[in-house]
Design a protein around this ligand. Structure first.
Ligand code: ZN
Ligand code: ZN
Length: 396
């Protein structure tokens, strides 16, 4: 059963916003036009907001139905694109080579604005905070939003991600861990250069790097409980200049993903040990640096009950499903959940089979029909949570 809430006008308005954002995508922390578009639409809706958060492009809007009384629930949308050149051939394709909305954040913004338009005209028993967050794909925009007090006074937070693994009309709701710990790293290897024919006079960074990459793989296969999920991936390896010169330096970039704290610690300390051992063995200097790590997304039990009830209202029993095993993808929504209870769900958005590529690919696209369920869920979860939280306010 689907609650009819989104009329054709609202749907078309959201779709147009999505397509405009899609045509003009912007990378993390550079969402200047995106932020201006959101501000202009909020202005038209008569919703008050604060601009300039999280380095400049973040927005925090408020719909206060409780006149300063009652609980406060936040809804969050991310808004950055990815450094990918679009190959979908869509009529509203990105006009910017090397930048593309390949993760659906254009849709997230459109739906949050749609929810704002609806919530603004509803009787609310508290306050709703709308967070438009930059830099989800890189730079941990959620953490930057928190530095600017995005969650001040907020009791609970919800978000959703479009997911083309599932058809339109499905919403995944899961308690507990849904996205893993993410620990990106760089490894800089400093050997010493020399003639390709005289390796004994040099320290070959290519051989050191090869040793490292192979040994790192044993961390997951030999150091981690096989029933616990973990990944170590080296996504980039750069060394040398020409075929007959031994490379003095090498640079590796990679990421560690892990589904629980203990596994994470075992891999990170294991990585340090492997590096020390190989540095010693090869007589090279190796520096390991972690950056922009993310905690795991762990859905709070009560927030998950509220998210599930809202999903049942919107798509009925048959539409509410589980994502199954936790994803080893990262999501900076986890930063909000470290402060207050929160729940993140996924909206099914599969286009006709084989019509589009996966998320983070140059052919990614989703079925815009999902806006009907998605926007409805945002509205329902916000309203129902305010009601559920209400009796708790004012009780000491
Ligand atoms: Zn993404
Ligand atoms: Zn995303």
């Amino acid at each position: 059963m689907i609650v009819p809430l989104i009329d054709t006008d609202l749907f078309t308005w959201m779709r147009d916003i999505r397509r405009t954002l899609h045509r003009f995508p912007e990378l993390a922390y550079k969402e200047v036009e995106t932020s201006a578009l959101i501000a202009a639409e909020l202005d038209k809706l008569g919703i008050s907001f604060q601009q300039g958060l999280a380095g400049g492009t973040g927005i925090r809007a408020e719909i206060d139905g409780g006149n300063g009384q009652g609980p406060c629930v936040a809804l969050r949308a991310d808004m950055d694109g990815l450094p990918i050149t679009e190959e979908t051939g869509l009529p509203f394709s990105s006009i910017r080579p090397g930048v593309m909305h390949a993760c659906g954040h254009d849709g997230h913004v459109a739906m949050l604005l749609g929810a704002a338009a609806l919530l603004k005209n509803m009787d609310l028993t508290g306050k709703i905070v709308l967070l438009f967050q930059p830099g989800e794909e890189s730079g941990n925009g959620a953490a930057a939003m928190l530095e600017d007090h995005a969650l001040a006074g907020v009791d609970m937070i919800f978000s959703a991600h479009i997911d083309t693994h599932y058809p339109v009309g499905r919403i995944t709701v899961d308690e507990g861990l849904i996205c893993s710990y993410t620990d990106p790293f760089t490894i800089a290897i400093h050997g010493s250069g020399g003639h390709a024919a005289r390796p004994h006079e040099a320290v070959d960074s290519v051989v050191v790097a090869a040793n490292l990459v192979m040994n790192m793989q044993t961390l997951v296969s030999r150091r981690i409980n096989p029933t616990h999920a973990a990944v170590v991936t080296v996504g980039r390896l750069e060394a040398g200049t020409v075929h007959n010169v031994i490379a003095e330096h090498a640079l590796l970039e990679g990421t560690v993903r892990s589904a629980d704290r203990e596994t994470r610690e075992r891999i990170l300390s294991g990585l340090e040990r492997v590096i020390r051992g190989i540095a010693d063995m090869c007589n090279a200097e190796i520096q390991l640096k972690f950056f922009d790590g993310l905690p795991a997304v762990v859905n709070d039990p009560w927030a998950t009950v509220l998210a599930r009830n809202a999903a049942l209202t919107v798509v009925g029993e048959e539409g509410v499903i589980s994502q199954g095993a936790p994803s080893l993808g990262g999501e900076d929504f986890s930063f909000y959940q470290q402060l207050i209870p929160g729940c993140m769900v996924r909206f099914g958005g599969l286009k006709k089979k084989d019509a589009a590529g996966p998320a983070h690919s140059a052919r990614f696209d989703f079925d815009e029909e999902l806006f009907k369920h998605g926007t409805n869920w945002l509205v329902q979860v916000a309203r129902q949570s305010l009601e559920a939280l209400n009796p708790l306010k004012g009780v000491d």
